[in-house]
Design a protein around this ligand. Structure first.
Ligand SMILES: O=C(O)CCC(=O)C(=O)O
Length: 309
C-alpha cells in the first residue's frame, strides 16, 4: 500500500550551477577571508549561481582554535568589529551576485560566556542573510590509534533543521559535516521540498576514505536530491589534515564531479528534470509506508526561523 502522504515535489525553479570551493586556508583570518573572496568571484565568473565554502574556512580546524577565532553573530547583522566574517561573506555574496553558503565559522554566544557553536551562514545575491545553521551533531569520535575528536568539549550543538528558501531557485537544506551521518536530518529537509542538501565539511584521513563519498551517495539515494559536500583543501603542514574530495552527487547518487585533495573549484549544473526523472523511474516518494513507520518530517520538527514560511 502506497502512502497517501506524498512528499512535496522538490522544485528547482530553473537550472543553476552550484560550485564548491575547496579552499586552502591558513591561520590568518583576514588572509583567509580575502582568499575566499577571490575564489567566490572566480566561481561566480564561471557561472555559479550557488556557491559553497568549507567548514571552518577562515581558521584552522580544531577545538583549540574555536574560541580564538569565534565571532558574535547576534544581533543580526552583528557590529562589524564583532564579526568580520559575517560582513566579508555578505559583501562577497553581493559582489558575486550569487547565493553563498558561507561554509562555517566558530560562533560565540553573545549571552552565555564560553559557549560556542559551529555555524553556517547563507546569504542571498544581494548579501542579505537568509539563514543560520548551528551544527546539530557535534563531532565526537574515538577510533583508537587513528583519530580522537571531541567538539563537545568546546562547542554546543544547534537544535534546528535548516531549510533555506533561495527565491530564484527553491529550497536547499544546509547542515555541517558530521550532520551528514544522520539520515533523519537529510530526510526531513528533503521532504520539505529541498532540491539539494549542502554540507560544508572537513572529514579527515581516517574517516574520509571510509565514508565521505558513501555518505554523500547515501543521502542522495535515500532522498533523490542533489548533495554537495565542500571540504577545505588538505594542508599537511597544518594541525588538521582534511580529506578534501569536495563533490557533487546527483539524485541518482552518481558522483558527477569530485576534487582531489588540493585547492579546487568543482561545479555542476543542477536541473529539476534530473530529479523528476529519477523520481519517476524509481518512485520512492509515493511508495513510503507511513502507516508502518512514522514520517520523520512530520510532528515536532524544529526549523530555523528563516527556514520555512
Ligand atoms: O564524520 C566524520 O567522520 C568526520 C566529521 C567531521 O570531521 C566534522 O564533523 O567536522
Amino acid at each position: 500500500m502506497a502512502s497517501s502522504l506524498a512528499s512535496p515535489s522538490p522544485v528547482l525553479k530553473k537550472p543553476v550551477k552550484l560550485a564548491c570551493i575547496q579552499l586552502a586556508a591558513g591561520s590568518d583570518k583576514q588572509a583567509n577571508l580575502e582568499h575566499a573572496r577571490s575564489k567566490v568571484l572566480e566561481a561566480a565568473q564561471a557561472g555559479a549561481g550557488i556557491i559553497v565554502l568549507p567548514e571552518c574556512f577562515n581558521s584552522p580546524y580544531g577545538c583549540d582554535f574555536f574560541p580564538r577565532y569565534a565571532e558574535t553573530l547576534l544581533p543580526s547583522p552583528p557590529p562589524r568589529d564583532q564579526s568580520p566574517s559575517f560582513h566579508a561573506l555578505s559583501a562577497m555574496a553581493a559582489e558575486a551576485g550569487a547565493y553563498l553558503v558561507g561554509g562555517s565559522i566558530p560562533e560565540r554566544d553573545p549571552q552565555v560566556p564560553d559557549r560556542y557553536y559551529n555555524t553556517s551562514l547563507t546569504f542571498d545575491r544581494r548579501g542579505r542573510l537568509l539563514a543560520t545553521h548551528r551544527k546539530v551533531h557535534l563531532f565526537d569520535i574515538d577510533i583508537p590509534g587513528k583519530i580522537t575528536f571531541r567538539e563537545s568539549d568546546v562547542l554546543s550543538p544547534g537544535n534546528k533543521v535548516t531549510v533555506v528558501d533561495l527565491p530564484d531557485y527553491g529550497r536547499i537544506g544546509v547542515a555541517i559535516c558530521y550532520d551528514v551521518r544522520f539520515p533523519e536530518l537529510a530526510a526531513i529537509a528533503a521532504r520539505k521540498g529541498c532540491f539539494a542538501l549542502v554540507y560544508p565539511g572537513a572529514f579527515n584521513l581516517t574517516t574520509g576514505p571510509m565514508h565521505w563519498k558513501l555518505l554523500a551517495q547515501g543521502r542522495a539515494v535515500d532522498n533523490q536530491v542533489y548533495v554537495a559536500l565542500c571540504s577545505p583543501a588538505r594542508d599537511v603542514s597544518g594541525p588538521y589534515h582534511a580529506w578534501g574530495h569536495s563533490m557533487i552527487v546527483d539524485p541518482l547518487a552518481e558522483v558527477v564531479v569530485e576534487a582531489e585533495e588540493k585547492e579546487a573549484i568543482v561545479s555542476w549544473g543542477l536541473d529539476n528534470g534530473k530529479i523528476e526523472e529519477v523520481r519517476r523511474n524509481i518512485p520512492l516518494t509515493t511508495q513510503r509506508r507511513f502507516d508502518v513507520y512514522p514520517d520523520v518530517s512530520q510532528g515536532d520538527v524544529k526549523f530555523t526561523e528563516e527556514g520555512l514560511p
